[in-house]
Design a binder for this molecule. Structure first.
Ligand code: SAM
Length: 266
């Protein structure tokens, strides 16, 4: 399965692909996800540490649970979408996945991933692609597995994005995701609203400054608004409509996170 590795542009210390020739990706280049780009551009340097603190130490456990879902398929090559600074990419590597392609719409976030790969001496195994999930620059069925993290709130058409992600997973391959979610139980939901609306923005501002205040204030309302429009049941159906069977949903930490996975139909 060598196709995604051909025609890449090597850029300085890392590998940032801008002109993968296999597929026309004009739209995702011309209309990048402006909000995601502006929101994440100032965050990469301290993203992993602060994400850990601000999720009350849960995010690493959630990522491991997601990678657990793809590991049994023994994938040779995995596409990690919305890779950011590469926490999932690194977890995939730690768990023995031989090759990972890390894709993100924010070059600033991805460059942090490049630095992390340099630190891990992993340039042979990890490649980086600046691009949008809406229009992936890869051939159909190019990957044995695909992971995506905290992505669906940033796209305007989640069903179409799920179809596009499913397109690049080979038949029988696995897709797994991690997203924030709204806790279903009333008392925990109340606590969660208080935490995301009050504690989180203030803690973010105190530890990370103005950019983190903006991200901290954005997060809670963004999660609520997303699930008002796209319930978990809707998301489950969208996975199936995108060509996945055996779709599983696992709520994490009383429902503050959700890990999903499915197997690509033949
Ligand atoms: C919260 S970060 C997640 C980073 C990392 N995967 C993790 O586990 O922490 C979400 C990432 O999604 C990226 N993103 C948002 N919209 C995107 C899109 N349409 N296509 C690709 N990446 C996108 C952002 O740039 C950001 O780096």
């Amino acid at each position: 399965m060598d196709a995604p590795w051909t025609g890449w542009v090597v850029d300085g210390g890392g590998v940032i692909e801008r002109s993968y020739p296999q597929r026309d990706v004009t739209e995702s280049r011309v209309r990048p996800r402006a909000l995601a780009q502006s929101l994440f551009a100032p965050l990469p340097r301290r993203y992993d540490a602060l994400a850990f603190v601000l999720s009350l130490g849960q995010d690493r456990r959630w990522r491991r649970a997601m990678v657990d879902m793809v590991k049994p398929a023994k994938p040779g090559i995995v596409l990690d979408v919305a890779s950011g600074p590469g926490a999932v990419t690194r977890e995939l590597r730690r768990r023995g996945v031989p090759r990972v392609v890390a894709l993100d719409v924010s070059e600033a976030m991805l460059r942090r991933g490049v630095a992390n790969a340099a630190h891990d001496n992993a340039f042979e195994q990890v490649k980086f692609v600046v691009g949008g999930a809406e229009q992936l620059p890869f051939a159909d069925g190019a990957f044995d597995a695909l992971t995506f993290t905290y992505l669906l709130r940033y796209v305007s058409d989640p069903a179409a994005v799920l179809r596009e992600l499913g397109r690049v997973v080979r038949p029988g391959g696995v897709m797994a995701s991690l997203e924030f979610a709204v806790p279903p139980r009333a008392w925990w939901h109340l606590w969660w609203v208080g935490y995301t609306r009050l504690v989180l923005p203030v803690a973010a501002a105190l530890t990370g400054g103005r950019a983190w205040w903006r991200a901290g204030r954005f997060l809670g309302p963004s999660i609520s608004a997303h699930y008002d429009r796209y319930s978990l049941a809707w998301t489950l159906d969208a996975w199936r409509a995108a060509g996945f069977r055996e779709v599983t949903v696992r709520r994490m930490s009383l429902g503050g996170g959700v890990v999903m996975s499915g197997v690509r139909e033949s």
